[in-house]
Design a protein around this ligand. Structure first.
Ligand code: 1HN
Length: 384
């Protein structure tokens, strides 16, 4: 799709009637008649219904990981996890979305916390989900009976309608983030939910270093000839391990230094997590990526329809989303509303990572809009 010159979030000329009728008693009576019959005339609403470009109700917002973690730790002491509440998860509530637990109009993002020895009970739902681990280890998420370890930097997609539970097999609490398409499915009214068993079997409470899914699907470029039919839509690979992601990004940057193509732009490497069976996005409604911005690099502004949420995995720097600019550091989360320009700058000398790079995990709702041919971005003409 071709996109003309982009001026996102500039005040567009509102569409409105050029020949409004004169306010007379007869006109007022007409409008009361509309209200009585539950009718709304288009001509008074068109500016809101048909803006000249997307205008999100969601706003750019930053949550500091340090504050989230402190509150999650307190919840760990005070609030048990169990059947009914299901998860000790604290959702980001975008200030533009009426206090609902919605990070954006389509995406849920939460910090989840599990105490030593605790189980989060088994259930399944149509909402597509993933976990991403910014720090810690010791929890296994058990998806369809397959225990999958969770370690720093791992990305764990979990497509809708899979049974899943989590158990903390260590003596330390653990936190991670969950992303789901809850707000999308809430507005689409497509949700189903079922409780599973209250306790996992002993065979599922084991703590393997590699899940069965990784042993079957975690070999680049190799698919098993006799893989079982997928139980749910989405990636059969249940964990994308940090060492692989990290190496892919380092390799891109090294190749660029040697004069070869592959990076998004100078100093900015990125990868998308994909389904090894199809090459498509890992989940039908959620796209997940990892971006590495090298020391001193500022990325070109990027604007697209649909929204996303980022978590700073490592390093520090400054982030600009629309008219907001924040200093960010490890674990911080922020939202990018639809058609709002995003750019990142890695700040030299202030990072805690070895390389000085700003490492960003990102997830967004682009697969929904690509499927409906409603996706547009400022790089649409880019052959990538
Ligand atoms: C859920 O099942 C998880 O499995 C996390 O960890 C967050 C939010 C709402 C509904 C179900 C999980 C959730 C959730």
């Amino acid at each position: 799709m071709t996109v003309g010159p982009v001026e996102p979030r500039a005040k567009p000329p509102a569409v409105s009637a050029s020949n409004p009728p004169e306010a007379t008693p007869a006109l007022e009576a007409l409008y009361r008649g509309f209200a009585r019959e539950l009718l709304v005339p288009l001509w008074t609403e068109i500016g809101d219904l048909m803006p000249t470009h997307p205008r999100s109700r969601a706003v750019p917002h930053l949550w500091k990981w340090r504050n989230l973690l402190r509150l999650a730790e307190q919840a760990g002491e005070l609030v048990p996890v169990g059947r009914g509440g299901e998860r000790r998860a604290l959702a980001l509530a975008n200030p533009g979305l009426d206090g609902r637990p919605f990070a954006t109009p389509t995406l849920w993002a939460a910090i989840q916390y599990l105490m030593p020895g605790e189980d989060a009970p088994e259930h399944r739902h149509t909402q597509h989900a993933f976990r991403f681990v910014v720090e810690g280890s010791g929890v296994w998420t058990v998806v369809g009976g397959d225990p999958v370890p969770m370690n720093r930097g791992d990305f764990l997609p979990q497509a809708g309608w899979n049974w899943h539970a989590h158990h903390n097999a260590t003596a330390s609490p653990m936190a991670w983030i969950d992303g789901l398409d809850i707000p999308f499915q809430y507005s689409a009214e497509t949700q189903f939910f079922e409780f599973g068993r209250d306790r996992l079997d002993a065979a599922e409470r084991i703590t393997p270093e590699r899940s069965r899914s990784e042993r079957l699907w975690g070999h680049p470029g190799l698919r098993p000839l006799r893989a079982p039919a997928a139980a749910a839509p989405g990636s059969p690979l249940l964990s994308y391990k940090w060492a692989v992601t990290d190496r892919a990004l380092d390799d891109q940057l090294e190749l660029a230094k040697e004069g070869h193509e592959g990076v998004v732009e100078p100093g900015h490497a990125a990868v998308r997590y994909t389904d090894p069976a199809t090459g498509a996005d890992v989940l039908p409604t959620i796209r997940a990526e990892f971006h590495r911005v090298t020391r001193g690099t500022e990325t070109a502004p990027f604007t697209e329809t649909g929204s996303s949420v980022y978590q700073v995995f490592d390093g520090s720097g400054s982030i600009t989303v629309g008219d907001r600019t924040w200093s960010v550091t490890r674990g911080d989360l922020f939202t990018v509303p639809s058609w709002t320009p995003f750019s990142a700058r890695s700040e030299a000398g202030t990072t805690d990572s070895d390389s000085g790079a700003l490492d960003l995990f990102r997830f967004g709702d682009a697969p929904i809009f690509e499927a409906l041919r409603l996706h547009r971005s400022t790089t649409d003409e880019d052959p990538r």
